[in-house]
Structures are given as structure tokens and as C-alpha cells.
Design a protein around this ligand. Structure first.
Ligand code: HEM
Length: 303
């Protein structure tokens, strides 16, 4: 928000090394001055007020005496913030596809993919945590695990990886549970894309257009044929073709995230069980096999 690359410091008499500028003749005694910037926020909204920084920056509560726990907390908290933005975009994508409003949906899908890319790179920071550093904090984590991230589960649901069993973890948190339930029973982004194919006149089996949305995506021959038609004549179906490629982009970025998670986890805890109670790396490896948009990948072999 603030431009810290201001090169006018010297020409305006200020210090290029960010020492306070000398007070101008117009300044009242005791008034701080810097390049005309507003300095008094006793009566107006500041940067920190707008962003709620007081709450965000006081929400890190390490339980151990270990230096490295702060990294662990900040990495998870920032991931959750980015997930919040992804969900904000994804819900809007669903609404825009439903309304046949594809251009804004494309922009949002591109944004989601770039957020995922960024979360993929974020693993580099966590990978600086060594096994002994993690082992020192592990006893303080109790049974808490990313497995219980309700935002992550909502992302999975809105992408079509539905699993009613995942609701149980959130039963004690009423709002999160209700939100997840709603996502479980609503059509996913991919379900909406398939309904769009039908609205564009492509033949989709009736049972694929109205089904029990709480079930995971299962590959469907009519959907594969419809996407094949799109890919065989992109000029004729440009909007659908563009949508398909945006979805593939997003799934690819998500796969990278899963992959970096499991490799970082293996690097840090090896094959120990997870704090959430699963077998750990072997569980996470199984999740690598999840395919969100099966026909979009299958059609490539058929082209
Ligand atoms: C040292 C760091 C980390 C370790 C050792 C670790 C380990 C694990 C393990 C073993 C699991 C399987 C569930 C369990 O039994 O606990 C898991 C799941 C999960 N973790 Fe991590 N994790 C780490 C960092 C992170 C970070 C930074 C995030 C970002 C939010 C994250 C998000 C998740 C999610 C969403 C799941 C559920 C995956 C699924 O069910 O498909 N983890 N983690």
C-alpha cells in the first residue's frame, strides 16, 4: 500500500535512509512530517485499522518455548488466509457459470490457480524446518492437524471431491459444519461446467445433470464425448474450450500443492503417523491419486 521506493527523499530535503525529514516552516512544533504523508490517525482510519492487523498479528500463540514454532503457526495461518480468498473466488465462479457469465469466471479461475501456485512455493519456507526442530514442537500440537481445516475441506467439496465422512470432524463447530454441509450438497464448479456444456447444446446424460451432489465426481462417458467435441473444434466452442483449460490449470496447480505437502511432510517426519491420526505420508500419497476433473484429463489420450 505504501510506496517505499520513493526516490524523492533527497530532492525534497528528506533522508534517503529513512531518517525523519526536517520539519518544514509550516509544521507546528512537535508535528512529525514526512513527504506530506498523514501522520496522525487518532481521528481517522489507518492501514492497521482497515486490515484489522491488531487481531491478526496478535493471533500467534506458540505453546512451546521453541523458536521454530512461529514459522509453523504463520505458515498455517497464511495458508488459511489464502484459502479464504480462494473460496471467495470459487463461490463467485459457481455463480458466474450458473449465470452464463464466463469472462469474470475465467479471471477468477486464473486467480485461484495463481494462489495455489503461490501456496506451492510457500512449502519452500516450511522445508527449512528440520526433523529435530519439528520433533521439539510436535508434543505441543496435540491432535491438531491440517486434516481438520474446514476451509480446505470446503475447497475439496467445491472442486467435487466430496466425502460425507469429512463432516464429522466439524460437528462441534456449528457454523463451519453448516457451511461444509451446504458445500457437500451443492453442485461443484465442475458440475456447473457440465451443466453449461448441456446449455450449449452438447449431449450430456440426464443422470449427470441432476444427481445426488454429495457424491464425488465419477467419470461419465457422455461428458467425455462432449469435451472431446469441444477440443476437436476449439474455434466453434471457444468459451467452453477456455473454461476447460482454466479448470485443467487449476487442478494442475492443486496437484502440485498436494505433492509438495507430502514431500515436505516426508522430509520432516518421515513415515511417522500424523498428529491427526492417519498413517501420515502413506495417507497423503493416496490423496495424490484424486482426479478432480476426470474427463478433462481422459480426453487427452483420445485426441
Ligand atoms: C511440518 C509441517 C507439516 C506436517 C508434518 C504435516 C503433516 C500432515 C499429515 C501427516 C497429514 C495427514 C493427516 C494427519 O494424520 O495428521 C496432514 C494433512 C493435512 N495437512 Fe499437513 N502437515 C504440515 C504442514 C501443513 C501446512 C503448512 C498446511 C497448510 C494449511 C497443511 C495442511 C494440511 C491439510 C489440508 C491436510 C489434509 C489433507 C487431506 O486430507 O487430503 N499441512 N498433514
Amino acid at each position: 500500500m505504501t510506496d517505499t521506493t520513493n526516490n524523492e527523499a533527497t530532492s525534497s530535503g528528506g533522508c534517503p535512509f529513512h531518517h525523519p525529514a526536517p520539519a518544514t516552516a509550516a509544521a507546528a512544533p512537535g508535528d512529525a512530517q514526512w513527504h506530506g504523508a498523514q501522520m496522525d490517525f487518532s481521528k481517522s482510519m489507518s492501514y492497521g485499522d482497515y486490515l484489522g492487523l491488531e487481531r491478526i498479528l496478535t493471533a500467534q500463540h506458540p505453546l512451546s518455548p521453541e523458536h521454530n514454532e512461529m514459522l509453523f503457526i504463520v505458515q498455517h495461518q497464511t495458508s488459511e488466509l489464502w484459502m479464504k480468498l480462494m473460496l471467495h473466488e470459487m463461490h463467485a465462479v459457481v455463480a458466474n457459470i450458473q449465470a452464463d457469465n464466463l469472462s469474470p469466471a475465467f479471471k477468477m479461475l486464473a486467480r485461484v490457480a495463481r494462489i495455489m501456485d503461490q501456496l506451492v512455493h510457500a512449502w519452500d519456507v516450511l522445508a527449512t524446518m528440520t526433523p529435530p526442530e519439528y520433533t521439539a514442537i510436535r508434543p505441543y500440537l496435540g491432535a491438531s492437524s491440517g486434516f481438520q481445516s474446514f476451509q480446505y475441506r470446503e475447497i475439496e467439496f467445491i472442486l467435487g471431491n466430496k466425502n460425507p465422512n469429512m463432516l464429522a470432524v466439524h460437528e462441534s463447530a456449528t457454523d463451519n459444519h453448516a457451511r461444509l454441509r451446504q458445500a457437500l450438497h451443492a453442485p461443484s464448479i465442475y458440475d456447473e461446467a457440465i451443466r453449461l456444456l448441456a446449455r450449449h447444446g452438447l449431449r450430456i446424460a440426464a443422470e449427470r445433470l441432476e444427481r445426488d451432489w454429495s457424491q464425488p465426481t465419477v467419470a461419465d462417458e457422455s461428458v467425455k464425448e462432449a469435451w472431446l467435441e469441444v477440443y476437436r473444434d476449439p474455434q466453434k466452442h471457444w468459451a467452453l474450450y477456455e473454461l476447460a483449460e482454466k479448470l485443467v490449470d487449476m487442478e494442475t496447480a492443486f496437484r502440485f500443492w498436494r505433492f509438495r505437502h507430502v514431500t515436505t511432510v516426508e522430509r520432516i517426519i518421515g513415515f511417522k503417523t500424523g498428529t491427526g491420526g492417519t498413517a501420515g505420508v502413506s495417507y497423503l500419497r493416496k490423496m495424490l491419486d484424486v482426479v478432480l476433473f476426470p474427463e478433462l484429463f481422459a480426453l487427452r489420450t483420445a485426441l
